[in-house]
Design a protein around this ligand. Structure first.
Ligand code: MG
Length: 180
């Protein structure tokens, strides 16, 4: 098993749609970014990449690439899950905190959780979404931005992965013996 962490922040501005975890949220302001700026999907994608040792979202989907202009961030998540599958990993559970002064996310948390579970192929019990305000201080508290933190656990899917884990353990044992 491995663990990964993701964090992201995007600025709020008039005239942008607000997407959180792939859910369209009714708000006069939305997040600014090269893609659809879905801060939740970006943090989750980064957590998955981190857990699998596959770098970060900026390397995988650079914001200088016109292909990702106004992109649906679910594409990043799906493609990252595919990369994990190819590397022999699958997600086990995820815990997410969304930091937003406004809009109030209490009524929206369940929809974000359900959509994340669908996107990740997990049961809703394996996906947790928490919401925090910024206590009216800092960039979150002044409603200048929304941020998200995500932690994900992943496990091996197949014999190939388990074999390489065993190999890793053997080589560690070998290393220990060599030191003796
Ligand atoms: Mg981002």
């Amino acid at each position: 098993m491995r663990v990964g962490i993701g964090h992201d922040t995007h600025r709020l501005a008039e005239g942008r749609p607000l997407l959180l975890g792939g859910v369209r949220v009714d708000s006069p302001r939305g997040l600014v970014g090269h893609s659809d700026a879905d801060v939740v999907l970006h943090a989750v994608t980064d957590a998955l990449l981190g857990a699998a040792g596959l770098g970060d979202i900026g390397e995988a989907y650079p914001d200088t690439d016109p292909a990702w202009h106004n992109a649906d961030s679910a594409v990043f998540l799906r493609e990252t899950l595919s990369r994990l599958r190819q590397a022999g990993w699958r997600p086990v559970n995820i815990d997410v905190i969304v930091f937003a002064q406004e809009p109030r996310l209490g009524p929206i948390k369940a929809a974000i959780r359900a959509n994340l579970a669908t996107l990740m192929g997990l049961s809703p019990e394996a996906v947790n979404v928490k919401a925090k305000t910024g206590e009216r201080v800092g960039h979150i508290g002044r409603s200048e931005a929304i941020a998200c933190q995500a932690v994900v656990l992943i496990e091996r899917t197949e014999d190939r992965g388990q074999t390489s884990e065993v190999r890793g353990q053997r080589s560690e044992v070998g290393g220990g013996q060599a030191l003796e």
